[in-house]
Design a protein around this ligand. Sequence first.
Ligand code: IPD
Ligand code: CA
Ligand code: CA
Length: 273
Amino acid sequence: MSPPTPDQLQNFLDIATEAALQAGTVLRSYWGKLDKIEEKGRPGDLVTAADKASEAKILEIFGRHLPDHAILAEESGQLGDRNGEFLWAIDPLDGTTNYAHQYPFYAVSLGLLVRGVPVVGVIYDPFHDELFRAAQGLGATRNQQPIQVSQTRDLSSSLLVTGFAYDRRETPDNNYAEFCHFTHLTQGVRRGGSASIDLAYVSCGRLDGYWERGLSPWDISAGIVVVQEAGGRVTAYDGRPIDLWSGRILASNGHLHEAMQRELGQVQPLSVP
Ligand code: IPD
Ligand code: CA
Ligand code: CA
């Protein structure tokens, strides 16, 4: 099968943009009005009516325009063949904990994998009305303007971001040691609470690098495309090609990549009581 043409990619990008903007309208309509917040299993892993309504809107739009594409959506699971040619990784509300606390840092994240490779990404932050979009070979934009990663070349001048997965209380591989390690070496490490916005901010140079473990393909597929198309680099922690299903990601402006890789390879887990 031949790869999608630029016109096809643009069409997928436009459909995903429509879905992300409409899902964003849904999220804005629930903002501050949630009366029930459930835990999905692990403590702190929340789901709300807003997550579900946003996902329903996205699935309706994809079902109408792209009925033969498979879906991997956080709340509905898998629809269609995960190993088929086209698979959309959908996070209807990335940053649910922030959203539930009315901390305005959350997004809709829609990434298209073609035979397993992320090639289209749309991340929409409805609170700040910021739309990040990219498709392979077509560049990356923020609100229609081309974007690029930062030029920061030293960790000592960098601002990084990371996050902590919902299993952090159950595993020594909880990212606490890495957080302390990089906090020491850089101008700071942020914990945004929305993996897709963390990646979007690397893509437009607000942040210089990002690493995290315990993630799912819907958290990062869109952001991978946006960072790569903005000139950044995305790999596994050790610099090998990223495995979307491993949960781990290292993304940077490219200049800091090897230094981040080296430091990640040296960190010893902290023991937490
Ligand atoms: C979470 C956010 C957070 C990351 C977690 C994710 P959710 O997604 O992206 O930044 O640290 O690992 O699960 O649950 O809000 O969609
Ligand atoms: Ca998420
Ligand atoms: Ca989510």
